[in-house]
Every structure is written in structure tokens, then in C-alpha cells.
Design a protein around this ligand. Sequence first.
Ligand SMILES: [Zn+2]
Length: 142
Amino acid sequence: MGFMQRLKNGFVRLMYGRNGVDQLGMATVWTCLILDIVSMFLQRRAPVAGAVLYWAAMALWALAIFRMFSKNLYKRREENSRWMQLRWKFQSGRKSAKERHADKEHKYFTCKNCKTICRVPVGKGNVEITCPKCGAKIRGKT
Ligand SMILES: [Zn+2]
């Protein structure tokens, strides 16, 4: 067994039963990187703000690492799904028809009343959706 293979196996064993990197984890890491870079630029002009950002980034790094190695999967998944819902709320308006088509896990319905796009997980059979914006009922098959 080569060194890389052993390293990989060791990592797999280490991560077994742990949360690992989920979408919220990725978002946290990206935020850390951005905060780090901004704080670097700020350090000369505004040392106090730079330091605050630096420590905020450090705290987020700690949070990201904690979530990654956490064994409380239930709690971490809940956090992640809350994050995904929040992201979905921001993105739903901007998502293109092509992206929606590529999404095999959800079915999209357009409200006839206000043209809001509603997303429903597939495999629920015939459903009646209430439009979140205007309250109109949409019937569809998922
Ligand atoms: Zn509507």
C-alpha cells in the first residue's frame, strides 16, 4: 500500500461518523478567506478594523473546523439545511430555467397568479401547493 493510499485511508477513518465539509462549511471557509484578505488590506489604513476582522475570521475558522469534526450529525445537518433554505430564498429569483431543469430533485411550479416560482421535492405524487407570495393554490404532479 502506497503512502498516499495509507494517508487517504487514515483520513477516511478520522472522518468516519463526522460531519465533514458540507455546504455551510464551504460557505464558512469562503467567508474566512475573504475576511482574511480584507483584514490584510485594512491593517495599514485601519488597524483596529483590521484586527477585528482578523479575529472574526479566526473565530469562523474555529467554527468551520468544529463543524467539520463534529459527531453531532443531527445538529450539523439541521444547521446546514437551514443555511440551504436561506440560500435558496436568495437564489430562487435568480435561478435560470436551465438550472431549474438540471435540478432533478425538485419540481418547479409557476404561480399563475403572481408568477412566483415554487419548488417542491420530487416523488410526492399529486400535490396542492400554496403560493408563498399570494396564497393561491397550485396543483401539480411531482
Ligand atoms: Zn402566487
